[in-house]
Design a protein around this ligand. Structure first.
Ligand code: XMP
Length: 514
């Protein structure tokens, strides 16, 4: 059966995938496509889905910049409903002969818009709505045949629509939670404007991914990097479902894994019937990382060494394909898209070397957020302990030791991590937290242990709540739990004299320290 679908044209906006995900939350399929997609390409996609709407995403551009990404204005003539958001809104105005004023200053944050006409996408909204704006340029003169639907003090045309066609533009972002009735606006677009039927289920993602893996691998063999985190576990299950025995899951112990992790992963996946091997590569990773202090270099080295280890294992079984559990936020923060910015290189994306021996790298979870992956994991029947596991970065503890890596520091942070995990899980907080772990900082400080002066390491405890890792908040952990963590770390690890709690949200910080 073909599902109704809404395509999101990617102009490099930070929230581009969030739009697609919000649409999927309405049980309507959504996919990201390049911003310059042509009407012919849309018609081609119509063979596998019913394209009922297009959203032009935001982007970090001014329509006046020389290299600003453009769209094929022929899509405005296709009769498919269109919604432009932020940069998308300005692009529609610009291409339809409206006037866009280059912004001297950026307007960023909460704004209150006056709804002048509550129709279509703005149906049943209040006269004043709290929304999230983030823009430089402003539309200040409507294109012919358009009407204004909403305005703010500094933005005379904050929303518009075409008088006879289903084309809308919003200067604000309905997809972010700060827009109070954002979901209602998207609901209106999806059902009132595009007339979609809510007939898509997350289960379809599993079928789609399994089919894709089967088609690409054919009769060949593939290996998958299995770290034991939720993403690679789900990708492994999908791949095993797709190609069974022709999949070899490779768990690489690079020496920066959590305590007991190798045994846990090997035994769990064997029990679940997956073809899995563990490769003990601690020494070769360590040798390459000696003296490296730059976090991006660490990530690149680990990413590259991973691939080399995989290639060697693949050669032994003549595997042509590499499957990875990369998810959407990994890719966006690694700056994979033409029009967005790199924040940090996730080892399984931007850390890859350019000369890769595999025919193709397959990433079945590439468009999903972590909580969607957990949803898929539940649907696939993965054991609860795997579904609820906290995420763990590919480079492991190496990015939780600030500066140079040594075996002593690795051992320390591994033990501290175990203490944090034990204490959090003991009081049943694990399930409501995104991540909880220890970081070994570069700061040494004076302490007093058993009547004598001590000069030792400072451990930072990082505990965050998050829904999809794009943003996160430090968790308000009860003081007695923090106290137990601190006491145990300083008692059980004599080299540590101080424990601090990280009270920074993301943004401005990231979740991991490096
Ligand atoms: P940051 O630190 O960027 O992390 O806020 C967001 C989420 O991604 C995890 N993370 C990684 N995962 N490879 C991964 O597979 C990586 O290189 C990597 N770096 C960070 C991090 O633990 C958090 O959940």
């Amino acid at each position: 059966m073909k599902h109704d679908a809404i395509l999101v044209l990617d102009f490099g906006g930070q929230y581009c995938n969030l739009i697609a995900r919000r649409i999927r939350e309405h049980k309507v399929y959504s996919e990201i496509v390049p911003c310059d997609i042509t009407p012919q390409e849309i018609n081609e996609l119509n063979k596998t889905m019913n394209v009922k709407g297009l959203v032009l995403s935001g982007g970090p551009w001014s329509v006046y910049e020389k290299d600003a990404p453009k769209f094929d204005s022929q899509i405005l003539e296709m009769g498919i409903p269109i919604l432009g958001l932020c940069y998308g809104h300005q692009m529609i105005a610009y291409f339809s002969n409206g006037k866009v004023k280059p912004g001297k200053t950026k307007e960023y944050g909460i704004a209150f818009v006056n709804i002048a006409k509550s129709v279509g996408i703005l149906k049943e909204l209040d006269p004043k709505e709290k929304v999230w704006m983030s823009h430089g340029d402003t539309v200040y003169e409507l294109p012919p045949n358009y009407e204004m639907l909403a305005y703010t003090e500094s933005c005379p045309i904050a929303a518009f629509r075409h008088k006879t066609r289903q084309i809308y533009g919003l200067q604000w972002h309905p997809e972010v939670v700060h827009t109070e009735n954002g979901m209602k606006m998207l609901h209106n677009f999806i059902f009132e404007v595009c007339k979609c039927e809510a007939n898509w289920r997350p289960e379809s993602l599993v079928d789609k991914a399994v089919k894709e893996i089967r088609e690409i691998v054919g009769e060949g063999t593939a290996i998958i990097g299995l770290s034991g985190g939720i993403d690679s576990s789900v990708a492994t299950f999908m791949a095993a479902k797709a190609i069974g025995e022709r999949l070899l899951a490779i768990y690489v112990d690079h020496g920066f894994m959590r305590l007991g992790e190798t045994e846990y992963v090997e035994s769990t996946f064997k029990r679940l019937g997956v073809n899995v091997i563990a490769i003990h590569a601690q020494e070769r990773f360590f040798a390459r990382l000696v003296g490296v202090v730059d976090p991006e270099k660490k990530r690149k080295i680990i990413g590259e060494e991973f691939i080399r280890v995989f290639e060697e294992a693949a050669r032994k079984i003549a595997a042509d394909y590499l499957i990875q559990g990369t998810i959407y936020p990994d890719r966006i923060e690694s700056g994979f898209r033409k029009h967005s910015d790199t924040i940090k290189t996730h080892h399984n994306v931007g850390g890859l070397p350019e000369d890769i021996e595999f025919k193709t790298i397959i990433e079945p979870l590439r468009d999903l957020y972590k909580d969607e992956v957990r949803e898929v994991a539940k649907i696939m029947g993965l054991p609860k302990e795997l579904v609820t596991r906290q995420p763990f970065p590919g480079p492991g503890l190496a990015v939780r030791i600030i500066g140079e890596l040594t075996k002593e520091k690795t051992d320390l942070v591994r033990k501290a991590d175990k203490i944090v995990t034990d204490e959090i899980e003991k009081v049943g907080l694990g399930e409501c937290l995104w991540q909880y772990f220890a970081v070994l900082t570069k700061t040494k400080s004076t302490g007093v242990k058993g009547d004598s002066r001590a000069y030792g390491y400072t451990v930072a405890v990082r505990i965050v709540e998050s829904k999809e890792a794009m943003t996160a908040g430090f968790a308000r952990i009860p003081y007695d739990v923090l106290e137990r963590i601190s006491t145990r770390i300083t008692n059980e690890l004599p080299q540590v004299t101080r424990v601090v709690y990280d009270i920074t949200h993301k943004p401005p910080a990231t979740i991991e320290w490096e």
